[in-house]
Write a protein that binds this ligand. Structure first.
Ligand code: SF4
Length: 339
């Protein structure tokens, strides 16, 4: 039995989140989550709001759950997501504000043989906006040498990394990919899509985090991201960002193969075209930035989902009579807790 005079506290970075059916504790330091019973969520929440000793908390629930409270609090301490203290006032809650100095964090660019814009110019514009990560999707034949020529321009750039997709071609070899990705300073991942066989080349790299992959999937202009638990992203920074922002769309820009500037490639709405407007001007408009602030707490269905602060779904958001909703609902139903 626990010492009822003590107080139980979750570590400030371990945050309880209520869903319609299931509740979680996000461990934002480790990027993990624990499923908890909704009743336990209520107990933890009450404990957070009122700073009650374990004994006071048990009394508040009329001593009906004493054994459960003891067992769960001990379990949380064993799992290193909480601790006992007699000085709870020394452990304040986390400051929930979030700020980024970056105007654009991520960009996705789609290009094919008939794209009407100058790719290098678009990349230079993004560099000028301090964009950190760029995904390049080449939909038509692109030789590794051609890619190298483009990326060599950004060897000493503020762009931290490129993730690149190019279609498979007959002469492309593992050796070429490993040579290229090991020497190109800014490439993070290179995927050769529509390959005859899947192969992860990770085993050929030493310390480098750069990776090359052959993947059998085909990437086209209508390839959409799929929401799944594997794609969730849990960190303290993302959690804080998600309180006021849509973490799938915030500070992101996409250029489709026709040069249209969008919040994301799959969106029907576009906000301009790189052939006639600068990316900087377009991303500065309130219409472009509107979806940055449509966070999951104000989107129908998502607002009741326990994954809402780690889900980076970038589906277009539309306003309907009942409020904001995704124009295509993901396959998770928070009301039945089923995918
Ligand atoms: S319901 Fe919304 S928040 Fe939940 S997984 Fe689907 S898209 Fe993400």
């Amino acid at each position: 039995m626990l010492n009822d005079a003590l107080y139980f506290k979750l570590f400030a970075s371990c945050i309880p989140v209520k869903g319609s059916v299931e509740c979680l504790i996000y461990d934002t330091d480790r990027g993990l989550y624990h499923v908890i019973d909704p009743l336990l969520f209520e107990i933890i929440n009450e404990n957070k709001k009122n700073v009650l000793s374990i004994g006071e908390l048990k009394k508040m629930f009329l001593n009906q759950y004493d054994r459960g409270i003891d067992a769960y609090f001990q379990f949380f301490v064993d799992e290193e997501i909480g601790f006992f203290t007699d000085n709870p006032q020394f452990f304040p809650e986390i400051n929930m504000s979030w700020h980024s100095p970056l105007r654009i964090q991520n960009a996705v660019i789609e290009v094919d043989e008939s794209s009407p814009y100058d790719l290098l110019d678009v990349l230079r514009q993004l560099e000028g906006l301090n964009c950190q990560f760029i995904q390049l999707r080449f939909l038509s034949f692109t030789h590794i040498e051609e890619l190298k020529k483009i990326l060599d321009n950004f060897d000493s750039s503020c762009i931290k990394g490129f993730e690149v997709f190019i279609p498979y071609y007959k002469d492309v070899s593992s050796t070429q990919i490993i040579d290229f990705t090991s020497t190109c300073k800014r490439i993070a991942r290179l995927h050769i899509f529509e390959a005859p066989e899947q192969e992860d080349l990770s085993k050929y790299y030493d310390q480098s985090s750069t990776r090359g992959f052959f993947i059998p999937q085909k990437i086209t202009c209508s390839t959409h991201d799929v929401v799944s638990a594997e794609n969730f992203f849990l960190s303290l920074d993302t959690f804080l960002e998600s309180q006021q922002h849509n973490i799938g769309l915030n500070r992101k820009v996409s250029i489709d193969r026709n040069g249209f500037i969008k919040n994301y490639l799959s969106h029907e709405t576009f906000h301009g075209n790189v052939c006639s407007e600068s990316i900087k001007d377009v991303i500065s408009t309130s219409s472009f930035q509107k979806c940055w602030f449509l966070h999951n707490d104000i989107i129908l269905v998502c607002k009741d989902c326990q994954y809402r602060y780690m889900c980076v779904d970038n589906t277009e958001i539309i306003k309907s009579e009942g409020g904001y909703r995704k124009n295509k609902q993901c396959s998770f139903n928070p009301y039945t807790n089923k995918w």
